[in-house]
Design a binder for this molecule. Structure first.
Ligand code: FEO
Length: 169
C-alpha cells in the first residue's frame, strides 16, 4: 500500500476513536440533564465510532500494513443547552467527511482501488450521519422549547438500538 494512504488510514483509526469519546461525552452531558433518550442515542453513536475504527484497523492488518495506536485526545467541548451537542456533532461529522474524502482522494491518485472500494462504505455512512445530525437539529429547533415535545423527542431517541456495521471485511 502507498505509504501516504496507509498513514492516513492509520490516523483515521485515532480520529474514529476520538469520535467515540466525543459522543460518549455528549451522552454523559445528556445523562446529567436527565435526557436519557438522547444519552442512549449518543452512547450507541459512540459504539458505532468504535466499529468504524476497528474496520480500518482490520483493513490495514488484512493488507499487511503496520497499525500504530496513538493517544486519544480529551473531548474538550462544553455544552449548556440540549441543542449544543447536536450542533457540535454535525460540525464534527462534516469534519470527518472531509477526512474520509482526503483519504479517498489519496487512494485514487495512486490507483489504489481496493482502498477506494473499502472507503465507499464510509462515504455512504458519512452521508447518513450528517443527515441524522441535521434531522436532530431540525427537530430540536421545532420542538425543543416545549417540555412535552422535548419529552417525546427524548422517548423517540430512547428507542434506538445498536446493530453491528453492515460492512464485513
Ligand atoms: Fe465514524 Fe461518525 O463517523
Amino acid at each position: 500500500m502507498d505509504a501516504k494512504v496507509s498513514a492516513l488510514l492509520n490516523d483515521q483509526i485515532n480520529k474514529e476513536f476520538y469520535s467515540a469519546y466525543l459522543y460518549l461525552d455528549m451522552a454523559n452531558f445528556y445523562s446529567q440533564k436527565g435526557l436519557d433518550g438522547f444519552a442512549n442515542w449518543y452512547e450507541i453513536q459512540a459504539k458505532e465510532e468504535q466499529d468504524h475504527a476497528m474496520l480500518i484497523y482490520q483493513y490495514l492488518q488484512n493488507n499487511g500494513e503496520q497499525v500504530t495506536l496513538e493517544a486519544i485526545a480529551k473531548p474538550d467541548k462544553t455544552y449548556e443547552t440540549p441543542m449544543d451537542p447536536l450542533k457540535a456533532a454535525l460540525a464534527h461529522e462534516q469534519y470527518v467527511t472531509s477526512l474520509i474524502n482526503t483519504i479517498y482522494e489519496a487512494a485514487q491518485v495512486v490507483k489504489d482501488f481496493r482502498t477506494t472500494q473499502f472507503l465507499d462504505w464510509f462515504i455512504k455512512e458519512q452521508g447518513e450521519e450528517e443527515k441524522n445530525s441535521m434531522d436532530q437539529i431540525t427537530k430540536m429547533e421545532l420542538y425543543g422549547e416545549d417540555a412535552r415535545s422535548l419529552y417525546m423527542l427524548n422517548s423517540e431517541l430512547a428507542s434506538r438500538t445498536y446493530s453491528a456495521p453492515s460492512l464485513v471485511l
